[in-house]
Design a protein around this ligand. Structure first.
Ligand code: CA
Length: 225
């Protein structure tokens, strides 16, 4: 899951990015509303964590602008201002949940899972050939049988499934993986793809990850599948 943390407290922002990274989320942080608007215009996030007190404006006004700009992801508001009025204003502006500081990391993670599950009912399983992948639980199955894969292999597969029939460039893969590895060597993408290929082949998934020179990769069904 790709998450954006909008939080000007650097220590908290970095702590969240690290903790969420350990739970296999690709999380990144920005510290101002302007930076959040710029990033959300070009990146599709699955969930946004928003602090209400930002240096360049109010988080509630920012949330309205993000929604106007087309942000569809669930938004969890994080703030020290645990007043009823702020909660109401935040929810009215398009937030999906609210957590008051200080909070326990475990509670934040439980709320992220709950928001994701709620969204997952409109975000069903991704399937292709005999593959079924549940983006919420990160479970991969071929003809109902679970297939074990690493978080990075699943992230690569998810990109291919979401663009089924279309090409995913190596750069797009790097971009969706880079928060796990500061320095991603492009050849690592080839390694993830080839491991994934072997696993899908072994599970008889009936699909092929085709490399298109200079373009990227595309998921294709076997002609006989
Ligand atoms: Ca703040």
């Amino acid at each position: 899951m790709r998450l954006l943390v909008i939080e000007d407290d650097l220590e908290l922002a970095n702590g969240l990015v690290n903790a969420l990274g350990q739970s296999h989320h690709a999380a990144e942080a920005v510290h101002t509303g302007q930076a959040a608007l710029a990033l959300c215009a070009v990146t599709q996030y699955d969930l946004v964590i928003l602090d209400l007190g930002l240096p360049d404006g109010d988080g509630i006004a920012l949330l309205r602008r993000l929604r106007l700009q087309g942000l569809a992801a669930p938004v969890l508001i994080l703030t020290a201002r645990d007043h009823l009025q702020d909660r109401i204003a935040g929810l009215d502006a398009g937030a999906d949940d609210y957590l008051a500081k200080p909070f326990a990391l475990g509670e934040l993670e439980a709320r992220i899972r709950a928001l994701w599950r709620r969204g997952a009912s409109t975000n069903p399983l991704l399937s292709f050939g005999r593959i079924e992948f549940d983006p919420a639980s990160r479970q991969l199955a071929v003809q109902g049988k679970p297939v074990a894969a690493t978080a990075r292999e699943l992230a690569v597969l998810e990109l291919l499934l979401r663009r089924s029939g279309g090409v995913v460039s190596k750069n797009q893969m790097i971009e969706s993986l880079y928060t796990w590895d500061q320095e991603v060597n492009p050849t690592m993408i080839e390694v993830f793809v080839s491991r994934l290929r072997r696993k899908l082949e072994r599970a008889d998934a009936g699909v092929e990850i085709r490399a298109l020179r200079g373009l990227g990769y595309r998921l294709e069904q076997h002609a006989h599948a």
